[in-house]
Design a protein around this ligand. Structure first.
Ligand code: GCW
Length: 682
């Protein structure tokens, strides 16, 4: 049938390599799952479907270990055969959600065992095992012990109740509120299944620009239906809480978090939610940012607001994710400093079940930003990472950008909070400050397009998020490799060049959009396409010119001590590195410094020439992506080949648009010629 990307990375097509196929068939002759639960049923179905597809034969399910080469799945609690293996010590190290995959003998017969402490751990192990076959790995001597590095691995949907999606570029919201609670669309199950396959264990269903109606009875009944559908897959449901809900749907006069009536209202509301959804995860809140209501409306702090909600969900084990994405354009301060200014001093004031959710960078999901200075700065407050999968500032759904290198760059950045090696990843996984709560959030790129993410390659960012939230030590390369093999095929002639294309794609995009540390020069409000110029309709100090500050002398935002001094928010070794022109990494040059057009960069070119060079190299890079892809026509099905090819031609056009718009605009300040010999074929 037509390949439309609906099957994501869960394709389970027959293993083409005959030798491998035989090997796998020999190794898995029977599936044994002794226990029974909704989650184990899912595991059983997944193995049935997966093995049938991959191995081309129906592998029987049995409760008995009748033959050699069985695949035994379960926990010591629900499987006597697993209990008999005495794996307690090894299982002790994988926690609630981890698993072991072992090649061993059971009843003196060769077997593969997937053992865990919970059914969902076993399910994650099943997906891992299937992935090994999907990616043609050996499965005859397995000794895998795997556990997630962060506890809460959560998708954030910015979905509105009318099904529009804020910054969503893949159709409308998946949640068909009109037909819920009675109609459970198959897509909900496919969605949960895809998330389980990469270890995502939570989903916030609604936009952070929240609508209080989601907390009313008719909607809670619908949310319950979704939560019930997701539960077998280990996927918990969370909601966004509109801070003014007590006024809007509760009939109160205030939403002041220190008001006893308001506190009581939220407690009762939480209790009500738990009657529908006994394992409700908790709330995600955007407060006092971009016009959203919050505790500051009542002269209270973010901690006061978060704690009130935290107290309401605490009795049932719920958590609150309170966002640090706050800024106010009435505040005469460099926008990127505001979150740190508002949150740092609150360290230690939050309840134990609160996490402060921090975007990867201090501005707003730019193609490249330095890491957010709050990471490392709040040792007593668990900080949750917020990445954006949906490509708001990255060409949206028509540009191919594999974001693993972006996420990894941030996770691997060294905060120096406790000396060298204090990476952002160690803050987020809790090891640096011994956080008791840990998590990673991904603002999702999913909508109701047949292929889920608009661009086929957008799926790789969903996949990457799950994989990195589970294990941030995975490399961008390894993740791309897996994803390509599972999503397309295992042929080296396909995987290797296309992987290279993916790995380069983010740098290429940075080059044609915002090279050398430029930022927020996208079109006003929609953020699509270039818009570095003054926009007469809007305040000059809050448009692109505020960020790039180009003039006849030079370009860039001085964030050193002579400017906004944002660098002072970093720990001294980082502040010194960024603050000193000689040591500031060139990719952040114009983020932290204002430099003259003549300034010599590392390539030996002056700044103007280098800027032109990067823009041209970026546009050229997209042409190379096209060449790489076009050479794959024989290796990909015609539908997906055409889909990606068409999007690449849009991207190529847009890259030139960006290049020409920015170079010509900045040239009106630099008054210099476009240098000769730039990489350019058109
Ligand atoms: O990235 C910006 C977006 C807003 C978004 C906001 C946020 C949900 O432009 O659309 O609002 O960030 O993260 O709250």
């Amino acid at each position: 049938y037509a390949e439309d990307g609906y099957r994501l990375w869960q394709r389970y097509d027959l293993v083409k390599d005959a030798k491998k196929l035989k090997e796998y068939q020999g190794r898995v002759q029977q599936v044994v799952i002794e226990g029974s639960s909704p989650t184990l049923t899912v595991a059983k179905q997944e193995l049935q479907q997966g093995l049938q597809g991959l191995l081309g034969k129906n592998i029987g399910n049995s409760n008995m270990l009748k033959q050699a080469n069985s695949l035994l799945v379960g926990t010591p609690q629900n499987s006597p055969a697993i209990a008999a293996l005495n794996l307690n010590q090894q299982l002790g190290s994988v926690g609630k959600e981890g698993y072991l995959i072992l090649t061993t003998t059971v009843n003196r017969k060769k077997a593969t065992v997937i053992a865990a402490n919970s059914d969902v751990g076993a399910l994650y192990g099943v997906f891992h095992f299937l992935r090994l076959i999907q990616t043609h790995q050996p499965v005859d001597q397995l000794n895998i012990s795997n556990a997630p590095k962060t506890q809460h691995r959560i998708l954030n949907h910015w979905d509105n109740l009318d099904r529009t999606v804020e910054r969503g570029y893949a159709g409308f919201s998946l949640w068909d509120w009109h037909k819920l609670p009675d109609y459970i669309d198959d897509r909900y199950l496919e969605y949960a299944r895809a998330n389980a396959s990469i270890g995502i264990n939570g989903t916030v269903l609604t936009n952070v620009n929240a609508n209080a109606l989601i907390l009313t009875k008719p909607y809670l009944e619908k949310v319950k239906a979704l939560a019930d559908a997701f539960r077998p897959y280990g996927l918990k449901v969370y909601l966004t809480a509109r801070f003014s809900a007590p006024i809007e749907i509760g009939g109160l006069k205030t939403a002041d978090p220190l008001d006893a009536q308001v506190q009581a209202w939220w407690k009762t509301k939480a209790e009500e939610i738990y009657t529908y959804i006994p394992d409700f995860g908790g709330f995600l809140v955007k407060a006092n940012s971009e016009g959203q209501p919050g505790p500051q409306n009542y002269k209270r702090t973010h901690a006061d607001g978060a704690n009130m909600l935290a107290d309401a969900v605490a009795p049932k084990g719920g958590i609150v994710m309170w966002r640090a994405f706050v800024y106010d354009n009435e505040v005469p301060e460099d926008r990127i400093k505001q979150a740190y200014n508002e949150f740092k001093h609150l360290d230690g004031q939050f309840r134990k079940n609160v996490m402060v959710q921090v975007k990867n960078g201090p501005l707003d999901f730019q193609p490249r930003e330095p890491f957010h200075p709050l990471f490392g700065a709040m040792p007593q407050t668990p900080l949750m990472m917020e990445f954006q999968l949906t490509q708001e500032y990255l060409g949206q759904a028509t540009n191919l950008v594999y974001q693993a290198p972006l996420y990894k760059e941030v996770l691997d950045a060294d905060t120096h909070a406790k000396g060298a090696g204090s990476t952002v990843a160690k803050v987020v996984d809790g090891t640096l400050h011994n956080y008791q709560l840990t998590g990673m959030a991904g603002v999702t790129n999913i909508g109701n397009d047949r292929n889920w993410t608009g661009h086929m390659f957008g799926q790789s960012n969903w996949y990457t998020f799950g994989r990195l939230a589970w294990d941030h030590t995975l490399t961008s390369e390894a993740i791309a490799d897996e994803w390509l093999r599972m999503t397309f095929n295992n042929e080296e002639k396909f995987v290797s060049p296309v992987k290279e294309m993916m790995l380069q794609s983010r740098e290429t995009l940075v080059n044609y959009m915002t090279p050398l540390g430029l930022h927020h020069i996208m079109g006003w409000s929609h953020h699509y396409g270039p818009g570095p110029w003054v926009d007469k309709k809007h305040r000059a100090d809050w448009t692109a010119v505020y960020y790039h500050r180009a003039s006849a002398e030079g370009i860039g935002f001085d964030r050193t001590a002579s400017g906004s001094n944002a660098i002072a928010q970093y720990f001294p070794p980082v502040a010194q590195k960024f603050g000193n022109l000689a040591t500031c990494p060139e990719e952040f040059l114009l983020w932290f410094h204002r430099v003259s057009w003549d300034y010599k960069v590392k390539s030996g070119r002056n700044l103007w020439d280098e800027l032109c060079h990067r823009y041209y190299a970026g546009a050229e890079g997209v042409k190379q992506m096209q060449q790489t892809w076009n050479a794959q026509e024989a290796n990909v099905d015609p539908e997906r080949f055409r889909h990606v090819k068409t999007f690449l031609s849009i991207q190529e056009k847009e890259a030139r648009w960006w290049r020409d718009a920015c170079v010509l605009y900045f040239q009106s300040f630099s008054k210099r010629p476009i240098p000769a010999g730039l990489p350019k074929t058109d």
